[in-house]
Design a protein around this ligand. Sequence first.
Ligand SMILES: NC(=O)c1ccc[n+]([C@@H]2O[C@H](COP(=O)([O-])OP(=O)(O)OC[C@H]3O[C@@H](n4cnc5c(N)ncnc54)[C@H](OP(=O)(O)O)[C@@H]3O)[C@@H](O)[C@H]2O)c1
Length: 333
Amino acid sequence: MATRWGICSAGKISHDFTVALNTLPAEEHQVVAVAARKLEDAQEFAKKHSIPQAYGSYEELARDPKIDVVYVGNIHAFHLKTCLLFLNAKKHVLCEKPLAMNSKEVKEILDSAKRNQVFLMEAVWSRFFPAYAEIRNLLACEEIGKVKMVRSEFGIAVLHNPRLVQKELGGGALLSIGMYCLQLVCMVYNGERPESIQATGVCLETGVDETVIVTLKYSEKKMAVCTFSSSMQLPNEAIIVGTKGTIQIPVRMWCPTSLVVNGKETQYPLPEPSLPLNFPNSTGMRYEAEEVRKCLLAGLKESPVMSHSDSLLLVELQDEIRRQLGVVYSQDC
Ligand SMILES: NC(=O)c1ccc[n+]([C@@H]2O[C@H](COP(=O)([O-])OP(=O)(O)OC[C@H]3O[C@@H](n4cnc5c(N)ncnc54)[C@H](OP(=O)(O)O)[C@@H]3O)[C@@H](O)[C@H]2O)c1
């Protein structure tokens, strides 16, 4: 039987996710309904994607008995409230990254998922790309020996987008962009907590972070450096350096279509989208959707690849980096 998806919000990433779902077999994934704050937005989205049902409120989607799992694609300043609505309605949830604004909010969401005995995953789509799966395989068999250094960068000029700038919309480079660098480091070091973190950076006049460099020190002299920016284009590559070799993730380290292992490149092409996308390589969101279905069929409440403890570690690092940078949201108070 197909996994029946509900799409919450009719914004840019919801569009791309729905296009990605359409690259998967219809007998495995069906979009049953979409909800937006305004009915006209939901109706327009439904028409574009041939979705049978459109709702003008998230509450109606939560009450729809035909939905197995909700994709939460609204902006992260509202993820807490939105996730709790669906989890309390006993819907499984795949929530866009970042899962919430801070660790207090993330804990509330994780507790609710446990209490309601439903599946929940933060949509860290990078981890489900074939190139990332290959990285995990290579690390597990020590193809590059013991990892000593991870360097990762993500910078794009996106200050024209109010969502990245305004504090009340959850602005800041860290939560939207930098988290991709951090999640890679956390994955490579297998969820280990760093011994120390040092963050330095510059902020916008709105009080959110713009360009940041974070250094992390781990046990056994392992290190990592993350560089991210919402104001400038960076090379956007990552490198994992081990005692016996290196793994390079070429440009767009967060959604890679190739991998270079000890100088040898392998391609991982993506399917073509049926409609124009808002963000690069978004058909790669199909892999996280496949993971959700796999977990649901196995009766799991969390994914072993992006687990609840992975989300908690990630947000705790984000909290510490923001503390050092002096970035405070109203949700922190
Ligand atoms: N995985 C990725 O590659 C990726 C890429 C981009 C973004 N994201 C994540 O996806 C989320 C949405 O990003 P986006 O670029 O799609 O954003 P967006 O198009 O600007 O907004 C998405 C939706 O959020 C709701 N929204 C926007 N402004 C709001 C406000 N002031 N008050 C209440 N709700 C508001 C709206 O929902 P309604 O339609 O219901 O009105 C809107 O359609 C963010 O958390 C972001 O971090 C992920």
